[in-house]
Design a protein around this ligand. Structure first.
Ligand code: ZN
Length: 133
């Protein structure tokens, strides 16, 4: 089985980080840890600390398809949860071996330089799950 080490973050899809970060930072009092564009994901990402985990705001950039479709069909909201695993390559191989279909055959570099992969909700009881090193 995969060695999961913690809940790394909860991803929330937003139309605009500029238009939403004020709520999380100034009303909820979350500390902004990082803000970056992730070209490979075609997304702008803001990470905010809740104390024991992180909330990740995701804004799709032009040409992005997955988060854009999510926003178009469901609106803003919880998009995925991210679990940190001890070894993302091993986790990916194990999932494939057990008949799951992670989005990438090899983990890709995501926000913060972490290697990540995803499992679609149809294989995870309804939740998009990101695995990260
Ligand atoms: Zn994420």
């Amino acid at each position: 089985m995969i060695q999961t080490t913690k809940l790394a973050h909860i991803g929330i899809a937003v139309k605009s980080i500029a238009g939403s970060i004020g709520f999380f930072r100034d009303i909820l009092g979350l500390q902004v840890l990082a803000m970056e564009d992730v070209p490979v994901m075609k997304a702008r990402v803001a990470k905010l600390s809740t104390g024991n985990t992180v909330i990740e705001l995701i804004e799709p950039l032009p040409g992005e398809q997955t988060v854009t479709k999510f926003l178009d069909t469901r609106g803003e909201g919880i998009h995925h949860i991210c679990l940190e695993v001890a070894d993302i390559k091993l986790a990916t191989d194990e999932l494939i071996k057990k008949g799951y279909h992670p989005v990438y055959d090899e983990p890709k570099t995501g926000a913060g330089g972490h290697k990540v992969n995803f499992l679609f909700p149809k294989e995870t009881h309804g939740v998009l799950i990101e695995l990260s090193d």
